[in-house]
Design a protein around this ligand. Structure first.
Ligand SMILES: *[C@@H]1O[C@H](CO)[C@@H](O)[C@H](O)[C@H]1NC(C)=O
Ligand SMILES: *[C@@H]1O[C@H](CO)[C@@H](O)[C@H](O)[C@H]1NC(C)=O
Ligand SMILES: *[C@@H]1O[C@H](CO)[C@@H](O)[C@H](O)[C@H]1NC(C)=O
Ligand SMILES: *[C@@H]1O[C@H](CO)[C@@H](O)[C@H](O)[C@H]1NC(C)=O
Ligand SMILES: *[C@@H]1O[C@H](CO)[C@@H](O)[C@H](O)[C@H]1NC(C)=O
Ligand SMILES: *[C@@H]1O[C@H](CO)[C@@H](O)[C@H](O)[C@H]1NC(C)=O
Ligand SMILES: *[C@@H]1O[C@H](CO)[C@@H](O)[C@H](O)[C@H]1NC(C)=O
Length: 320
């Protein structure tokens, strides 16, 4: 059987060992940077030479001391301009028209219970200035596709209880949000952007060391609650392929300062493995171990420019 990574000769350092240590470093770096609090300026790091873990280093980093930022030419007024430059989007805009109205009627009381966000999702990979967007069209199998054309970008929205936001001033972080897809091709029946058990999986669990994966898809309303274990909720993949697959929809963690959106799958045991987004052949997937997933694929992975290449992605919400 031909494996994807045959180009490394057996006399060299064990590729899986090297990959493992690189992945460990990246995971450590990502967790550390997340823990210490991060500025919104992403800088591709150089520590990660392989494509497998590279998106992890794309996390925004602190830019305090030695690094001098090149001042952008002209003001970065709009997110479209920021995107064009490959920068992270501005923080989401609070849209609460009802709070203005209720303020007039009942001064200093009853703020709007929800803040709404509406925008597109920019998917960024290391070493590329061109983001992908989630395509509003599903070309086959009820999968979610990525496309570099912004005119194809799907519009999504979500809400957040205002009370949660005001309770955390400096770093607003929303856990377990549902993302509503406004104009996806199967959005009429399956409006919630969620995670679906991979078609090749033998069970519904992902995690370190496992090649099992998830496909992004649409889940029927009302979806699954936050922290739900995998359930047979009706979804676009099952509808189109006829394969009965589990899914979860309230899986999105949103950093409302940076716009970073991260999916969180819950295993059948209720544990929550770190969940990584990636694309392969323009289809959007998630998984718990991209090295194990890549190693399980049988062809074409390492070929430069191959459509089959696994490209890790970070998702950013961009308000419109
Ligand atoms: C991206 O969208 C265009 C339509 O604007 C479509 O022709 C093209 O096939 C899409 N690309 C991919 C990779 O799906
Ligand atoms: C998506 O739908 C919204 C309205 O829900 C519309 O404003 C926008 O133009 C649509 N985008 C595309 C690409 O169809
Ligand atoms: C899933 O949704 C589709 C489209 O709405 C519907 O036709 C089908 O009967 C549903 N399947 C189940 C098992 O509910
Ligand atoms: C699923 O399995 C088929 C057949 O082995 C393979 O061609 C395909 O690439 C696999 N898909 C994924 C996402 O692993
Ligand atoms: C792993 O690879 C084998 C052989 O191609 C395939 O049958 C199986 O479905 C794959 N597993 C996953 C989770 O993709
Ligand atoms: C899918 O499989 C589960 C578990 O076997 C079962 O409970 C459910 O009825 C199945 N759904 C469909 C639509 O076949
Ligand atoms: C996910 O599920 C598998 C199988 O039940 C388990 O081994 C693993 O530890 C789980 N959790 C995480 C966080 O990976």
């Amino acid at each position: 059987m031909i494996r994807g990574s045959v180009s490394v000769s057996p006399t060299e350092t064990s590729p899986s060992k090297a990959l493992h240590s690189i992945l460990s470093f990246c995971l450590w770096a990502a967790l550390t940077l997340t823990a210490i609090g991060i500025a919104a300026t992403p800088l591709p790091a150089k520590q990660c030479p392989t494509g497998v873990c590279s998106a992890l280093t794309f996390f925004p980093r602190k830019t305090r001391t030695t690094r001098t930022e090149v001042a952008p030419i002209g003001p970065l007024n709009t997110n479209a301009q920021r995107l064009a430059r490959g920068l992270a989007p501005k923080p989401p805009v609070r849209r609460s028209p009802t709070s203005t109205i209720s303020k007039r009627q009942q001064p200093s009381q009853v703020p709007s219970p929800f803040t709404s966000y509406r925008g597109i999702i920019s998917l960024r990979s290391e070493g590329s200035d061109t983001p992908y967007y989630i395509d509003k069209t599903s070309y086959h199998s009820g999968h979610i596709f990525v496309n570099t054309s912004i005119s194809e970008a799907l519009v999504v929205s979500f809400t957040s209880p205002s009370s949660e936001l005001s309770a955390r001033t400096s770093r607003s972080f929303l856990v377990g949000a549902q993302l509503l897809m406004e104009n996806w091709s199967y959005g009429g029946e399956f409006p919630l952007l969620g995670l679906v058990q991979g078609g090749n999986n033998t069970d519904s669990d992902i995690g370190s060391g496992s090649p099992e994966y998830l496909t992004l898809g649409g889940i029927a309303s009302p979806g699954t609650p936050k922290d739900s274990i995998p359930v047979y909720a009706n979804n676009s993949y099952t509808f189109v392929t006829g394969q009965n697959r589990t899914s979860e929809s309230a899986v999105w963690n949103a950093d409302l300062n940076t716009g970073l959106l991260t999916p969180q799958w819950t295993n059948t045991s209720r544990t929550q493995p770190t969940t990584y987004l990636f694309t392969r052949d323009s289809i959007l997937y998630a998984g718990g171990d991209l090295e194990a997933f890549t190693a399980n694929l049988t062809f074409g992975i390492e070929a430069e420019g191959s459509q089959e290449k696994v490209v890790p992605l970070l998702a950013y919400f961009v308000p419109i």
